[in-house]
Design a binder for this molecule. Structure first.
Ligand code: WTA
Length: 650
């Protein structure tokens, strides 16, 4: 891997200078002041043992830890020797503190059905699910794959796994059969929890049919627990498949949460890297619990009566940390919504905010831009006055979308926070605190407690104010990934081996004189399409697996709504013609609709160096319709670029 940070890309960013003070009404009631942030941030770096020990001490441990942190680069253990259970802290503990009748989840289906779960009701469901999984032979440490729509059962299944020490691996319901079976096989799951179907834009997504196909390619899979979401009556395989609701009804609602070692694996979540197949990012119990608990309360200024809505699917890390674990650990009320933002129309989000009196909304720039494009009249028809705080996550937010979000959705009354983090970091790393810090639209902001970021060159030189470079983190934090499942070498190389002794995030960034960090996007071959990570390698592998394609290169192209869209350059296999529609359908089947190329160039050659490396930098310029810039002298045949530039995509 020889990617160099393209400084042209890093420096060519519009310098935004607006500074937006937090609204006075918000500041008056905010949990954290500027002074408090400064004091705690300093303590978290100067005396991490005391800082993290105090935070962890707010939660329940079955056995206290002996040591807060054991750092043997690049491996870390937090709360060493301690035993706890995340599901216990998320549920039993809340019931014991008197929150049993408080709403944990308000779920709205795409068809308008509403289901509400109090903490007591959720706990009882989770206990039953835990017993149902045990009855299917799932043991502590076993892996369980979840392939579900965004229904309460997704969270219940996650919590049930956490309760018995099984390791969940949630696979986004939009992923294909191959993507699902690859992920089942990579972590050798015994059990798959799925649903007959999910609802999406009025239609059915037949998850069970995909699950059946994936099971044919997953020899280690023993059982499927199937949630009847849509009444679509799929075939059930005798001896293998069990209906979720029947299994839960038959199971006892008595279950004592198992005391687990702080470093017991909690979940695997697959995400794209710049090389090879997706990596199974592994998180463990104690550290992940402490970080999601702390960030949820601090970053979102969480109060007892908040209704918190994170619009992410549970198939992504944002849904793990801020639809399920972080809010429940704090005893919050969480809104969950199953479907699309534009079903039955573009007012759906605002209808949900109005109906359920959502107070905190956390969504992605791609959604904000799509909603903004529909105009101000649609949100104007709804009462959004319950909202008090707005958050953004997943990709850089352009200042225009930021300002629209603050003005039209937030009524200039709600602070907007732009939170930077990753599947690997487990919890929010960079943000402003809404009552403590002014915001600079387009810039994520300051480090969370315990996070020690820097901007560096590739050879490890720290850069000064406003110099573009690579974002790194200089010391471990509790919710840091522990390894790549089954591939510790890849973990070492990708995260702690790129620049010695620091965590390499894979993003380009700069820091201004006030310490605000602006993240500018990936510096590796990872695309961010609608806030979702996709490796160019994965898409290229899918393309070349098609019989009509000899070679392929994939790059991202700036897109007004999606942030980036997928552009493919393909060389036909000798004598074959490439059918773009067939190729798009093929990529959708191999990976999922997210990866489908928006534009395909059917080329006769790709720009390669003499050593055979494809120069994607030039392909990005061509895809974006820009003139070719930069040194083309290393190319084997520079004329290839001229031919590509004259071509149109299909
Ligand atoms: C990008 C999502 C700019 C970044 C939580 C990162 C962001 C990748 C922001 C992780 C932000 C996420 N500003 N870029 N506020 N948040 N990113 O693993 O490129 O799905 O490396 O985690 O998204 O994506 P992931």
């Amino acid at each position: 891997m020889t990617h160099s940070p393209s400084n042209d890309h890093i420096d060519n960013v519009l310098h935004e200078t607006r500074v937006i003070q937090p609204p006075a009404g918000f500041v008056a009631n905010a949990k954290v002041t500027r002074e408090e942030y400064d004091r705690r941030y300093r303590q978290s770096l100067d005396d991490p043992d005391t800082f993290w020990g105090e935070v962890a001490g707010e939660l329940t441990w079955m056995k206290p830890w002996e040591q807060v942190l054991d750092w043997q680069e690049p491996h870390v253990r937090w709360f060493v020797g301690g035993q706890t259970n995340l599901a216990y802290n998320a549920l039993d503990r809340q019931v014991e503190r008197g929150l049993g009748d408080k709403r944990a989840f308000i779920w709205e289906g795409e068809d308008g059905e509403v289901r509400t779960f109090t903490y007591s009701a959720l706990l009882s469901q989770v206990k039953r699910a835990a017993n149902a999984m045990l009855a299917l032979g799932v043991e502590s440490g076993d892996r369980v794959t979840l392939y579900l729509p965004l229904i309460p059962e997704a969270a219940i299944a996650m919590l049930a796994c956490a309760r018995i020490g099984a390791v969940h691996s949630v696979v986004f319901g939009g992923f294909s059969v191959s993507a699902l079976s690859d992920r089942i096989n990579d972590c050798q799951s015994k059990l798959l929890v799925t649903a007959d179907a999910g609802l999406r834009r009025g239609g059915l997504v037949n998850l069970k049919a995909n699950a059946d196909d994936a099971a044919k390619k997953s020899p280690g899979l023993e059982h499927m627990l199937v949630v009847d979401r849509a009444g679509s009556n799929p075939p059930m395989k005798e001896g293998r498949d069990v209906w979720w609701f029947e299994a839960l009804a038959a199971a006892s609602d008595e279950h004592e949460a198992v005391a687990l070692d702080s470093e017991h694996p909690l979940f695997v979540l697959y995400t794209s890297g710049s090389t090879g197949k997706p990596k199974g990012v592994l998180h463990t119990t104690g550290g992940y619990m402490v970080s999601t608990y702390l960030t949820m309360e601090t970053v979102f200024d969480l109060k007892d009566d908040d209704v918190f809505w994170c619009t992410a699917d549970v198939g992504w890390v944002t849904g793990h940390s801020y639809s399920v674990y972080g809010p429940l650990l704090n005893g919050a009320t969480v809104m969950l919504y199953e479907g699309a933002p534009n079903h039955p129309d573009w007012g759906r989000f605002w209808d949900i905010v109005q109906k359920h009196k959502v107070t905190i909304l956390y969504t992605a720039p791609t959604a904000i831009r799509a909603l903004m494009r529909q105009g101000d009249e649609i949100p104007g028809k709804y009462d959004l006055s319950s909202l008090r705080l707005l958050g953004s996550v997943g990709e850089p937010i352009n200042p225009e979308a930021w300002m629209w979000y603050a003005r039209v959705i937030g009524g200039d009354r709600c602070p907007v926070i732009d939170t930077w983090w990753q599947t690997e970091t487990g919890s929010i790393m960079l943000t402003t605190l809404p009552g403590a810090h002014p915001a600079k639209p387009g810039s994520a902001g300051l480090p969370m407690y315990g996070i020690d970021p820097a901007i560096m060159t590739r050879d490890g030189q720290e850069l000064g104010p406003d110099e573009g470079g690579l974002l790194v983190i200089k010391r471990p934090w509790p919710s840091m990934l522990r390894t790549v499942y089954g591939d510790d070498e890849r973990y070492k190389k990708s995260y702690w081996g790129e620049i010695p002794h620091v965590y390499f995030a894979g993003d380009g960034a700069r820091r201004d004189a006030d310490g605000y960090i602006t993240v500018m996007g990936r510096v590796d071959d990872v695309l961010n399409v609608s806030g979702h990570r996709l490796g160019t390698m994965e898409i290229e592998s899918a393309l070349v697996a098609h019989p009509s394609v000899a070679e392929a290169a994939v790059v991202g192209r700036p897109d007004d709504i999606k942030g980036e869209s997928v552009v493919a350059f393909v060389l036909p296999q000798g004598g074959q013609t490439v059918d773009p529609a067939a190729l798009r359908a093929y990529v959708t089947r191999e990976i999922g609709a997210l990866a489908r190329p928006d534009a395909i160039y059917i080329a006769d050659a790709l720009p390669k160096t003499r050593s055979g490396k494809i120069m994607r930098r030039f392909l990005r310029q061509i895809a974006a319709g820009q003139a070719i810039q930069g040194d083309t002298s290393t190319l084997e045949d520079p004329a290839v670029l001229d031919r590509l530039a004259e071509m149109s995509a299909v």
